[in-house]
Design a protein around this ligand. Sequence first.
Ligand code: AHG
Ligand code: MN
Ligand code: MN
Length: 348
Amino acid sequence: MWRYLRAMSSIVTLSEFIMERQADFPYASGDLSRLLADIGIASKIVNHKVNKAGLQDILGAMESTNVQGETQMKLDVFADQALLNAVRWGGQVCGAASEENERYFAFDTETCRKSKYVILFDPLDGSSNIDVNVSIGTIFSVFRRKSSVGDLANVNDFLQRGAEQVAAGYVIYGSSTMLVYTTGHGVNGFTLEPSIGEFCLSHENMRIPEDGKIYSINEGNLYTCSKGVQTYVDWCRQNDKKTSRPYSARYIGSLVADFHRNLIKGGIYIYPGTEKNPEGKLRLQYECNPLAFIAEQAGGLATDGKQRIMDLQPKELHQRTPLFIGSKNMVERVHQMIAEYDQAEIKN
Ligand code: AHG
Ligand code: MN
Ligand code: MN
């Protein structure tokens, strides 16, 4: 059917694209392709639920005789279970870890034990925005397992540096729903076409502009950030026509949505260490690593203010890290300022 559709138009669906790109991996068995397709299906299930979020109370009352508790389920728990089920029954991963669960899961089925990959995800990012109808997302990160094929997954499978990722992506549930992913061969974006229920290639080979005019930070925290971060934000606000400043401040409060906008338009997203959270708020394995992989593959950068995000060695599952991510020149500039001002502060 899709071949027919394609002959009729220039539509390339996510599944077609994944199959075509399998040739990028010599000796690939197709497992990673199937895993990406499973994630695509899970995200359509989540998307359906997200679209109905505003009707939750009304439908909840109407569906009260349905599966017990289902309508009362919080959306991030629903998304978590949708993803866990998709990857467990898809059989392409031996384990999964998610922001919503304290421990990782080792899937004890014959197919899963034999599989080569593990997945980590933030099932619903920006969950505080659900009730107010603002864009939210799902973020995922895939690694080749460290444990032996046939064994149960163990913690070392989940504590790998971001540089070891084999695939990463996100889904944004926005004015339209998009899935953006990389397998280390560039970044491609797909928009969900609701009338046919398929993700269709809409943003081929995405590149982030080297410079941007948008900075995204929760400025409410600014005076509890380091001197270097304060100096950079102040620099962004200064009036200088030659460098197109002042920049625009844009902060949605959903990392996926802020990152997605900056990826397309150029910009920097900052979640630094603060007095309250010295290691920042965002999670290295579920949020920062996957977006760092995408940023770098699109020509941008991601650091913790001192070093590359993807070089950080995770010590625990839910580790947090400061994040500076986006257009190359912007991330480099904030880095210089951090080095200059924060180092000076440490010496004094
Ligand atoms: P999550 O909903 O998965 O817990 O993530 C929320 C994160 C991220 O999406 C967002 O950028 C950040 O929290 C916003 O934090 P502040 O409200 O502190 O700015
Ligand atoms: Mn999140
Ligand atoms: Mn979340």
